[in-house]
Design a protein around this ligand. Structure first.
Ligand code: ATP
Ligand code: MG
Length: 158
């Protein structure tokens, strides 16, 4: 399915913004122009849902969650950034492993299985993109992913 990415992304962010119970502010930094992506919308929704759920889970009261999209040569670079507890440097690449959770005790209290980001990695790579994280303990975490895009709905460059 070919969809305009900002519209698709905004709709998911809206759904979380309307239903969230925490005092967390959402800030959007999305481009003005339209960018079309050919994606499995159910799967990409699942990916983004997981990243936002994680960001909310680990956000402190009064924190912000920032949503950004920047345009690179052949891909959109999407970022979701929180002001949460962060992830120790040595564990930052492991969060994409199956069943990996940074702190067993902390994670058990938070619920979940540790599969969300492993599935996200599989799905983003199946769409020709990459996914990674940058994090600083006590400061926050940013999840980045890329997706190849096209400039028109026909999926043609003209
Ligand atoms: P599931 O998504 O299956 O419900 P989960 O959220 O624990 O469970 P993942 O989404 O794969 O699993 O995340 C793996 C681990 O990475 C988490 O348990 C948590 O320790 C860490 N993590 C992920 N996102 C963040 C974040 N935004 N801030 C801090 N830690 C995070
Ligand atoms: Mg998760």
């Amino acid at each position: 399915e070919i969809v305009e990415f900002n519209t698709f992304f905004n709709r998911i962010i809206d759904r979380f913004e309307m239903s969230k119970s925490q005092h967390v502010e959402f800030k959007r930094y999305l481009p003005e122009s339209s960018y079309f992506v050919e994606i499995d919308t159910d799967k990409l929704t699942q990916v983004i849902d997981n990243i936002i759920s994680n960001a909310l889970k680990y956000s402190p009261d009064g924190g912000n969650i920032r949503f950004g999209v920047t345009v690179q040569e052949s891909v959109l670079k999407v970022m979701i950034s929180d002001d949460g507890m962060g992830i120790p440097k040595e564990n930052v690449t492991k969060i994409f492993d199956r069943f990996y959770r940074v702190d067993r005790a902390r994670s058990r209290a938070m619920g979940g299985t540790g599969l969300g980001l492993a599935i996200a990695k599989e799905m983003i790579e199946a769409h020709g993109g990459k996914i990674w994280a940058e994090s600083e303990e006590g400061v926050g975490t940013t999840i980045f992913f890329t997706l190849p895009y096209e400039l028109d709905e026909a999926g043609e460059w003209d």
